[in-house]
Design a protein around this ligand. Structure first.
Ligand code: BT5
Length: 262
């Protein structure tokens, strides 16, 4: 990652204007949260060349080899109530998918709630966390992991067949600096939009880029697994699934895995 190049490409007002750049950390989300409680500025970005304990959801790991991806976390202090924070995952997915498609000339799709897929394989994982107390949202941290240059042979055995990297698929030449700058710009626009008018228009854009809706899905929750059809997302970003018996249920992000069954 070349700093000067990134700085000259970054067009944001506040997101990413403070950059904490590290060679190796355990997890950029963890670092961002630690800095958040120490009054880190709104819009701080923590970026690492390598993570040795990258985090997924529900205690899962995120493979983050040195120099082969964009492993970063953004910290912001939005004017929302804590109940709105889960919507930030969908907002980030829309921003990242839009930027990747524009800069790399691909057709990446969002898989509810936190993945971006290319050719049906996982290209991006998103992990949102928040710090809140007594109904007040202190900050949100959104961690984003993008495989830019990971070779198939680099991936661990359990990930190899489900993961993909941009360098083999992009139809345009791109640098990591440019991609990161574009993502931050898209995300800044969306955060400001959400603060001003809410999430509905952002969700509308999300719907244009998702591969989850109108598909048969398998929902793997903590205490049960069931099949149904993904109908839509609601105003809170929850997935509305019509079960085989016709009953509609709302699925909360974070607790479940969704598998496409066709
Ligand atoms: C996620 O979790 O997809 C969220 C990943 C967030 C990673 C970023 S990197 C920057 C920031 N700092 C962090 O510590 N985390 C964030 P989940 O839906 O639970 O998916 C995790 C699963 O994805 C793993 O169990 C693997 O199966 C698979 N996986 C792991 N590494 C991968 C990779 N590099 N590419 C594709 N799939 C991967």
């Amino acid at each position: 990652m070349i700093h000067q190049k990134f700085n000259s490409l970054l067009k944001t007002k506040w997101l990413g204007q403070n950059l904490c750049y590290e060679e190796c950390v355990d997890s950029t989300n963890k670092v961002a949260k630690q800095l958040g409680v120490k009054n880190a500025p709104n819009g701080l970005v923590v970026l690492a060349e390598e993570q040795n304990a990258g985090k997924g959801r529900l205690g899962r790991g995120w493979f983050s080899p040195k120099g082969k991806g964009l492993w970063f976390s953004v910290l912001f202090r939005p004017k929302f109530v804590p109940e709105e924070a889960p919507k930030c995952t969908l907002m980030a997915a829309a921003a990242v998918a839009k930027a990747i498609n524009k800069i790399c000339g691909v057709d990446a799709k969002i898989k509810w709630p936190n993945d971006i897929l290319l050719n049906n394989k996982k290209l991006v994982g998103i992990l949102s966390e928040m710090n809140a107390e007594y109904g007040k949202l202190n900050f949100v941290v959104i961690g984003i992991g993008i495989n830019t240059n990971v070779d198939k042979s680099d991936f661990p055995d359990d990930v190899k067949d489900i993961a993909i990297s941009l360098h083999t698929e992009a139809t345009k030449e791109f640098g990591r600096e440019l991609l990161l700058a574009e993502i931050l710009q898209e995300l800044e626009i969306k955060i400001e939009q959400a603060e001003k008018e809410g999430f509905e228009n952002i969700f509308q854009e999300w719907r244009q880029m998702t591969c989850t809706l109108n598909k048969d899905v398998k929902v793997i929750a903590q205490d049960e697994t069931y099949f149904g059809r993904a109908i839509d997302i609601d105003a809170g970003g929850m997935l509305i699934v019509e079960r085989k018996d016709g009953k509609r249920v709302k699925v909360v992000a974070g607790d479940v895995s969704i598998r496409s069954v066709n």
